[in-house]
Ligand binder design. Sequence first.
Ligand code: ATP
Ligand code: MG
Length: 411
Amino acid sequence: MDESNRFVTGLDVGTENVRAVIATVSKNGEVAIVGYNEGKSSGMRKGIPANLTGPAEAIDRMLGDAERMGGYDVRSAYVSINGSTVISTHTEGMIAVGSVEHEIDGVDLDRVEDVAVSGRIPANRDVLDVIPLEYALDGQGGIKDPLGMAGARLEIRANVISALTPNCENLKRATMTADVKAERLVPSVVAAAKAVLTERQKENGVAVIDMGGATTSVAVYEEGDLQYIGVVPAGSNNITNDLAIVLAIEPELAEEIKTRFVTGNFHSDKSIAIKVGKNNEHAFERKEVEEVVEARLEEIFSEIRKKLKAAKYDQRLPEGIILTGGGAKMRDIEIFAKKALEASVKIGIPAGAGGVSESVKKPEFAAAVGLALMAAESSEYTSTLSKPSKKPKKSSSAKPFGFIKKIFSKF
Ligand SMILES: Nc1ncnc2c1ncn2[C@@H]1O[C@H](COP(=O)(O)OP(=O)(O)OP(=O)(O)O)[C@@H](O)[C@H]1O
Ligand SMILES: [Mg+2]
């Protein structure tokens, strides 16, 4: 491997799971995944850290295998942020740039963005991103890239993505507690979109719905830009909990029912009984189970549809809906989603990276892959991977990061 390659890391800190993707970026921008891992999360509530040690330990445990196998520590990463306080706000701004012959430069663009943000976003929010949707020069709108154009008055229409400052701060502290610096915070659904959408879909109009354990988020793209983002504080775990309560069973059995037997096609053959437990000692009528699941899915998807309506995108997305997250693994969930949203629905599989990417071609890895892809696009960023620290890691989780060692042993 060429030593001039950069390393980038995407770290998706979910309520249910933490996932990491490490990739190399070649000089010509090609991204190759060289490591990935996933593990159970802890200390997260509805996408937000409820304490620092829980998520830190989960990240530490998940990344720990790399160190145990003689690899290198991940010291910084692009990190996902989630929770219903992540919102988008459409704002406008205007600046005078001088004479009519003035050529618009980067400083002007920064200045007009500042005007669009300052005073529009409450002080207790961190701005995660400012997406310029349209510029106008001397009153003439519809300009996508005004750099180098001439004009005296520059206006911007922008989509500002923000989250409550304490949530951002605590997430950064949680990753820092695990010795990982959060280089940038990206809403998890935006990260997922980065990995599953094509430029064409983003241009024509498409939404990504990321269904996790405790949250379901939606991001809408049109004309190539992120137009809207919203988070519903309910996810696939709510289905498990509902089943546990209604059927009076332990959450583990409810999870087994959900992942093994439930499908999103609620009009399939209902006559087959559902049997779970070590000796199939628990039997349930499919109809009873499906009623519970369908009611919760209907609630979640109607909340998402309300958000799409409010953003004026309901039934107005030519490229339809792409589902990601662990919740998208429910068999035939597309069938349910299609009916609930009256739109075409597909499952989103992460793409855009080579290497061992086959292993992460699953909807639940979309956010982690997307974070790595975003990090790869930022030429100033390289994920610091240092030699193993003396600090012992407590872990031994699922898949090993042994390939990191292989990469570094070549140096
Ligand atoms: N085969 C399956 N069928 C149905 N649900 C599944 C399946 N596999 C996983 N899930 C569900 O996916 C959820 C976890 O998804 P994911 O890992 O994307 O969540 P998360 O990112 O940790 O949570 P969040 O994004 O809400 O913070 C769990 O509720 C789990 O039960
Ligand atoms: Mg998630």
